[in-house]
Every structure is written in structure tokens, then in C-alpha cells.
Design a protein around this ligand. Structure first.
Ligand code: PHE
Length: 451
């Protein structure tokens, strides 16, 4: 794109909020958050998580949007431009690269998990019922053991994702989010109401919100913080890329507040719906990553209207994963179109193909290639480890350092015209609290590989 060509701008601030909520709300909210809450003692995890969203997530979300909008470009160009404006080293451009490439690494396994969702949806639509826990475990095991089935769904999910990005920022990404997000909210509310009617909402509520200080361990605190990162799509260029299409008049602080609030509410509501159904059937909350793929199908098989509710549930997860995946492709596609002048459709499908290859290897790492391990991890776990434990916190830390300490106060102030006292508080939290918190998570997660 030549410098003179106009860049897209979201059609309203609500469109920006919806697309960014679309990025934030994903497998993280509906799959990861409930199972982590289940395995980390419920309320202790939830309350610390809320604190982390406020002290780390929200300040960083504002900082990333700020860089994107100030730099008005893909994450790499935006970082370079803002660094130059503030007299900082062009090495800061590396931060943009970490985000852009890290996002593609995440997408390669995210798309495989989203593929599982499609498979489960197909099963439930075609009337498959999982009646015993053994059958549930067997069903999940069979799926993971079948490379062709995994690759088929991975291909389909990636094609859906790339198809939207290829259409463009406004007629692809914005339009998809405007359609999918309201549908997602409606399905979620329906599931919560249903959980309230036929499930054990009271038990779910106590499990998630009764504060039990004895359950609060270092691991709970740090996992909660790591999850706040993942759930708000931080450190991966996604938010920066979306922020680059935000109108200059729109308030970054207020928009970020709504985004963080909506993302958190979706996680909490999904948790309430899932646990109220799980408890009503006397099943375990602490079943780990299998909560959505093994425990819930059992619930659906035994409850009235389970086939319809189950179908809606997996549709909800699919929509959530889809809008997040879109935001993982956009940063690199934006870079290719802006820096290399490649047409958007070609950039999108080319990127999709590269991610597809890596994703196909991820599918094989769960079965035929499972013997191939590095540091005791298969490719699937390696990618998860590298992105969520190393790249995300490091890049979040760099964003906080850059906006908190490298950018001039005037430039930052220009983007965040909050009342002076509010601005001071935000900047102080970003400069000290956020940075300290990330350093703690990073060190802890590296030294505790099992957390
Ligand atoms: N926030 C998404 C989720 O909760 C995942 C994601 C991470 C998306 C990083 C974009 C960037 O599933």
C-alpha cells in the first residue's frame, strides 16, 4: 500500500469494541477458563483472576491499542514508527515481529483445538450420545488418534478464518464480528438461563465466588495472571493491529474498559453455565482440559433437550474461536499488504497455507509423531509452552516498558486524554504494578513447568 492510500477505520467505536471483544472471547473463555477454575479451587482462582484483569490486563490492553493507533500500521511498522517518534532504537521493531509471528504459532494449534469443537458439534448433531465416563474418554482418545479427522477439521476451521480476513478489515473482519458476536451473546445467555432452570446454579455460584483463602497458593495466583494475558489477547499483535484501525477521536480508556468487562463476563457466565450443569449431574469440576470435551458431552447425553443445548454450546465455542482466530491472522496479513504490497486475498491465503502446514504437523504430533519430543513435550505442547509461557509475557513486559518508560509522557497523554488523576493512576500502575506482576509470572512459569 502506498503511503497515500487511506487506511481502513472501524465504522464506529462499538464496531471496534465488538471486534476486539471477538478477539478476546475465545477458547480461552469457554474452554480454558472453566477448566482452570475447576482445577485451581474455584473461587480463589476467579477472584485473583479478576484482580489480574484490573491491574495487568486492562492497563496493558490500553497500552497496546495506544501503540497501534499512534503508529497507524501493522504491529511491526507501528512499533518502528512510535519508537522513532520517541527517539528510541529501531530494535523495538522486534517486538512487533514477536507479536506477528507468535500469533501465527498460536493459530497453528488453536485451529486444531477449534477443529475438535467442530467434530463434537458434528457428533452431537448426528445424535451420538456419550453415556458413560469411559465412553467419553474413549471418544476423545479416538479423535486424537485419528490424524486425518483432525486435519480435516483443522483445514475447515482455518479456511473459515482466512476467508474472512481475505475479504478485508471492514467487509470481512468487522462484518463477521457484527454477525457472530451478538449470536454468541444470545447463545450464552440462553445457556446460562438453561443452567439456572435445569442445573445447580447455586452450587456453581458458591464454587466460583465463595472466597476460601486456604485455597490461595502461589500457583493459583500465577496461573490466574497467565490466563488474564491469554484471554485478553495480549502480547501478540492482535490488539495492536485492531487498534491501528481505531479512529483518533475514540477513547482508548473507555473502549478498553468495555472490552475487558465483556471478556471477563463471558468467562464468568460460561463458567456458571458449565458448572451448574456439571454439578447437577454429580460430575467433577476438576476434570481439567477434558471438561468441555469429555464431561459436558456426558451432561448433554443425560439432560432433557441435551442434543439441542449441546449443539448450541459447541456453536458458541466455535463462534468464539473463529473471531479470535481472525485476529491472529490479521497482524501478519496487514504487514504483508502494507510492507510488501501484496494483495490482501493473496496475503491471507498464503499465510493460511503456512499456518495450515504447521497445524497439520500439530495434528500428527498427537498420534503418529507423538514419539517425537523436545524437552519431553510434543509439538502441540511445545507451541503452547513457547507462546503462552514465554512469548506472551515477554512481549507484554516489553509493551509495558515501552509505553511506561520509553514513550514520552506527552505522546502517551495525547492518546489517553483522561482526567489528570485517572491518567496518573493508569500510568503508575503500568509502570510499576504491571511490570512487576509480569516479571513474577514469567519467572514462576519458567521454573514450574507443571503449573
Ligand atoms: N484471547 C483468545 C482466547 O481467549 C486467544 C488469543 C490470544 C487471541 C492472543 C488473539 C491473541 O481464546
Amino acid at each position: 500500500m502506498s503511503a497515500a492510500a487511506p487506511r481502513s477505520v472501524w465504522s464506529s467505536r462499538w464496531a471496534f469494541i465488538l471486534v476486539t471483544v471477538g478477539s478476546a472471547v475465545g477458547l480461552g473463555n469457554i474452554w480454558r477458563f472453566p477448566y482452570m477454575t475447576g482445577t485451581h479451587g474455584g473461587s480463589a482462582f476467579v477472584l485473583v483472576y479478576l484482580l489480574c484483569v484490573a491491574l495487568v490486563g486492562l492497563p496493558l490492553l490500553m497500552a497496546e491499542i495506544l501503540i497501534g493507533r499512534r503508529g497507524r500500521g501493522n504491529p511491526v511498522s507501528a512499533m518502528l514508527k512510535v519508537a522513532e517518534e520517541n527517539g528510541a532504537s529501531p530494535w523495538w521493531g522486534v517486538l512487533g515481529w514477536v507479536g506477528v509471528l507468535g500469533a501465527l504459532l498460536i493459530l497453528s494449534y488453536y485451529s486444531v483445538v477449534a477443529g475438535w469443537v467442530i467434530d463434537y458439534m458434528r457428533q452431537i448433531v448426528s445424535g451420538v450420545k456419550t453415556v458413560t465416563p469411559e465412553a467419553a474418554a474413549q471418544g476423545f482418545g479416538d479423535l486424537l488418534a485419528d490424524p486425518l479427522r483432525l486435519i480435516l477439521w483443522h483445514t475447515m476451521f482455518l479456511a473459515l478464518t482466512v476467508g474472512v480476513v481475505a475479504r478485508g478489515v471492514l467487509s470481512g473482519i468487522e462484518r463477521a464480528s457484527l454477525l457472530l458476536m451478538p449470536a454468541l451473546f444470545a447463545i450464552l445467555l440462553f445457556l446460562v438461563l438453561w443452567g439456572g432452570m435445569v442445573g445447580n446454579m447455586r452450587a456453581a455460584w458458591h464454587f466460583m465466588f465463595d472466597f476460601k483463602p486456604e485455597l490461595l497458593t502461589g500457583q493459583v495466583v500465577l496461573s490466574a495472571m497467565g490466563h488474564a494475558f491469554f484471554s485478553l489477547s495480549l502480547g501478540m499483535g492482535a490488539v495492536m493491529a485492531y487498534g491501528s484501525y481505531l479512529d483518533k477521536q475514540s477513547s482508548i480508556a473507555h473502549n478498553s474498559f468495555w472490552i475487558a468487562l465483556a471478556d471477563t463476563l463471558v468467562g464468568l457466565l460460561a463458567g456458571l453455565a458449565i458448572f451448574s450443569l456439571t454439578f447437577a449431574h454429580g460430575l467433577e469440576a476438576a476434570s481439567g482440559p477434558g471438561l468441555v470435551f469429555q464431561t459436558l458431552p456426558l451432561v448433554f447425553a443425560h439432560m432433557p433437550g441435551g442434543q439441542a443445548v449441546g449443539t448450541f454450546f459447541f456453536l458458541l465455542v466455535l463462534f468464539a474461536a473463529w473471531t479470535s482466530a481472525i485476529s491472529l491472522v490479521e497482524p501478519f496479513v496487514a504487514w504483508m499488504t502494507e510492507r510488501l504490497g501484496v494483495r490482501r486475498a493473496i496475503a491471507a491465503w498464503g499465510t493460511g497455507f503456512a499456518v495450515w502446514l504447521l497445524g497439520a504437523a500439530v495434528c500428527l504430533s498427537l498420534n503418529d509423531w507423538s514419539g517425537w519430543k523436545l524437552f519431553g513435550l510434543n509439538l502441540f505442547d511445545q507451541l503452547d509452552y513457547l507462546t503462552s509461557r514465554i512469548l506472551m509475557p515477554l512481549s507484554g513486559l516489553a509493551v509495558a516498558l515501552f509505553v511506561g518508560w520509553i514513550m514520552s509522557r506527552e505522546n502517551v497523554r495525547d492518546e489517553i486524554p483522561l482526567p489528570a488523576a485517572h491518567f496518573q493512576i493508569w500510568r503508575w500502575v503500568l509502570r510499576y504494578v504491571t511490570i512487576l506482576a509480569i516479571v513474577l509470572v514469567f519467572v514462576y512459569r519458567l521454573t514450574n513447568p507443571d503449573s
